[in-house]
Ligand binder design. Structure first.
Ligand SMILES: Nc1ncnc2c1ncn2[C@@H]1O[C@H](COP(=O)(O)OP(=O)(O)OP(=O)(O)O)[C@@H](O)[C@H]1O
Ligand SMILES: [Mg+2]
Length: 383
């Protein structure tokens, strides 16, 4: 299936959903983005932040914009499993059957919103873990397949209890929401006024659960060949910076990258799509602060790559002049030969990290230039 074979409006829906989702709020672009990415990839998202930063309001609006079966709940330490998974069926119990009435509860939902998710106590946690990972509720003697597509969750904190690790790990997209900065306070007043007045209330769904399924199928057709090597390199760099991704999370990154490419209107991923790791790699509070700089440093845009290629080109030109001046069999030629080979490897490596036409053209020219020069050097060396 090609990009053009898709109904154009399907491909536009995630963008429209995103625009509508963030519309009432000030500075909530990234929060809206993580929710869209979770929906596209059929994964779960956690938005962490101090009270009153529109976490719940975003989730409520996402529900209004989606035509899907929705379940939402605010967890406390005292929440009972029946509040989430449904009460026990007394009639069935009389007949000796252990069954829950799950209608309109979490096992019935396609999209769920759990507020203060890390309040989940051990009675809830185990069921939640299997629902999130396997889409199955193991309950007493029965095994219920659940239609959950994505969980949007919120919390005021990052969990530090080891028993919550498995839950946190299942929330692929993570984002810390920051309070609105001072320069936007006036805008915040105006928007809050409009929100309270009900200006944004009249919203209709712009995406359905079947749209999500179709979009999700497209994700698996996104061409990821040009980003895989960069991703592997990035894993190593993140590890060096103390950011360890569990195997589950590593494995899911390709899906997230593909979702981001699709969101950006492409069926071919580019280096810049790896920025989505910003929402996957961080675990601890300090990771969220560090990640942006690491990605900015490591993920080079075509413009940055072109600057590096220009530098290599400049050096090759200098070497060319020197080779012209050197006599045959000059021992310096051996050193020059080695550095030209290294430059050629570097250029070939760079060519694998970008499919931008300016980069590929420049790479072709440069490789030819280096090859011609290598011929000249080997001739002078009598090889
Ligand atoms: N960035 C923002 N732009 C516009 N309105 C905002 C913004 N942040 C908060 N608000 C307003 O504040 C209200 C309260 O937000 P909400 O209840 O969603 O916060 P929360 O993050 O869920 O807090 P808590 O952690 O206490 O549950 C929202 O309904 C919204 O009107
Ligand atoms: Mg809330």
């Amino acid at each position: 299936m090609t990009e053009t074979a898709q109904p154009a409006d399907l491909l536009e829906k995630p963008r429209l959903f995103y625009e509508k989702l963030k519309e009432p709020f000030v500075g909530r672009d990234e929060e809206a983005l993580t929710i869209v990415l979770a929906l596209l990839s059929g994964e779960h998202v956690i938005i962490i932040g101090e009270p009153g930063t529109a976490k719940s309001a975003l989730a409520r609006r996402a529900a209004l914009l989606l035509n899907a079966k929705f379940f939402k709940y605010l967890l406390t330490r005292f929440t009972e499993p029946s509040e989430l998974f449904g009460p026990l069926d007394i009639n069935a119990l009389r007949k000796g059957l252990y069954k829950r009435i799950t209608s309109n509860k979490l096992p019935d939902a396609e999209i769920a919103f759990l507020d203060e998710i890390f309040n989940a106590n051990s009675a809830i946690l185990n069921s939640l873990l299997s629902i999130l990972q396997e889409r199955v509720l193991y309950d007493g003697y029965s095994e219920i397949k659940v239609p959950l597509w994505s969980l949007v969750s919120a919390s005021n904190r990052i969990p530090d209890e080891p028993e919550l690790d498995a839950l946190y790990d299942r929330l692929l997209f993570r984002h810390i929401v920051k309070p609105v900065p001072e320069e936007l306070w006036e805008k915040l007043l105006d928007r809050s006024w409009m929100i309270e007045k009900g200006v944004f209330e009249d919203v209709k769904p712009v995406m359905s659960s079947s749209d999500l399924l179709s979009l999700n199928k497209l994700i698996f057709q996104v061409d990821l060949t040009s980003v895989k090597q960069s991703l592997l390199r990035l894993f190593a760099i993140l590890e060096d910076n103390g950011m360890h991704l569990t195997d589950r999370r590593k494995g899911k990154t390709l899906k997230a990258i593909a979702a981001y490419a699709l969101f950006n209107g492409r069926m071919k991923a580019r280096t810049e799509d790896l920025f989505v790791l910003k929402y996957i790699a961080p675990r601890d509070a300090e990771d969220f602060d560090k990640i942006n700089n690491i990605l900015l440093e490591e993920l080079r845009t075509p413009d940055k790559i072109l600057v590096e290629l220009d530098e290599i080109d400049h050096n090759v030109e200098l070497i060319k002049k020197e080779v012209g001046r050197l006599k045959s069999f000059d021992p310096k030629l051996v050193e020059i030969y080695r550095s030209l080979k290294a430059a050629r490897r570097r250029v070939a490596m760079i060519s694998r990290t970008s499919d931008d036409s300016r980069v590929t053209n420049k790479v072709d020219v440069l490789i030819n230039k280096i090859d011609d020069l290598l011929d000249e050097v080997t001739n002078k060396l009598g090889m």
